[in-house]
Design a protein around this ligand. Sequence first.
Ligand SMILES: [Zn+2]
Length: 175
Amino acid sequence: MPTFVSHAVVGAAFACAAPRTLPFASVALVAAAVSALPDADVIGFAFGIPYSHPLGHRGLSHGLPFALALGAFAWLWLRSRGRPHAVSLGIMLAAACASHGVLDAATDGGLGIGFWVPFSDARHFLPWRPIPVSPLEPAAFLSARGAAILAAEIVWLWLPALSLAAGVAWTRRRA
Ligand SMILES: [Zn+2]
């Protein structure tokens, strides 16, 4: 995986696609949380669920069906409360969640992503994998390898995401 923080940064950038009448900071916060959410599956290790299991790390929670279900749930929840833009927010949150698996599939280590769990248990990577895989233990970042991983994530993930967000903010301010 890229680090938790990098997933959240990319997720927050998806808020740029939200309707401009909504509060950007709140939407970005929710999108960041949704984008980082799939890695909550590491809790499965504590319960003896193997990495390669459909419910293991990079399995169900990293797949596209999960992202779609999450978006549909958000849409229905927002609609039941009469909130505006329920459909577009549902689509945006599904995309933010799906971005997690896509980014993990661009890393150079670990097992592949169960993009189609529960319909297929196969694990996949993208053909192009420029992002060094991040260790699961935070302490591992206090090393030269940890610093190199963070530097690569800043180049490949933070800069494009923050540039997009800054561009949208600038455009909206001018409008
Ligand atoms: Zn992940």
